[in-house]
Design a protein around this ligand. Structure first.
Ligand code: MG
Length: 172
């Protein structure tokens, strides 16, 4: 049985993951609108991954006999200044998500909830990757600067990104 404090915190995290999904869908729309189809694809995959994160928490609450309580999803930004701006916003956002996951882990430590800690370990590793991916994109964009050919080639590379189901949802 899931402790009520942890149940509430995970329900808040489900909402945060859905907000992330909505943010990345908005970024995908902005990239498509501004003629960067590869970046739009990259953010659409982010959108799907964030929905997966919400589903992992959703499944976990139910598995532990808890109650899922879905809350409204707040509005997200719709405009960015440049590809660099959109990826800097991505990194800043992922750093906030890392802090949320860390707070959740700290709560499970305080409550001696070892099962929740085990579940959260996947998210701790995932956040290392999320921050690294955003940072790599920022590094690439800074190197390219306003070189049109460089941006074109980067966009082509991002068009090749494919979605894969995260391991906690494999077979579900
Ligand atoms: Mg996430």
């Amino acid at each position: 049985m899931l402790n009520k404090k942890i149940e509430d915190a995970i329900n808040a995290q489900i909402n945060a993951e859905m907000w992330s999904a909505y943010l990345y869908l908005s970024m995908s729309a902005w990239c498509a609108k501004t003629g960067r189809p590869g970046m739009a694809n990259w953010f659409e995959i982010q959108f799907r991954e964030e929905q997966d994160h919400a589903r992992i928490f959703f499944n976990y609450v139910l598995q532990r006999g808890g109650e899922v309580k879905l809350q409204p999803i707040e509005a997200v930004p719709q405009e960015w200044k440049s590809p660099l701006d959109v990826f800097e916003s991505t990194l800043a956002h992922e750093q906030k998500v890392t802090a949320l996951i860390n707070n959740l882990f700290a709560l499970t430590t305080a409550e001696n909830d070892y099962a929740s800690q085990s579940m959260l370990k996947w998210f701790i590793d995932e956040q290392v990757e999320e921050e690294e991916n955003a940072q790599n994109m920022i590094d690439n964009l800074r190197m390219i600067g306003d070189n049109g050919y460089g941006l074109f080639m980067l966009d082509k590379e991002l068009a090749a990104r494919v979605y894969s189901t995260p391991s906690p949802l494999a077979g579900k």
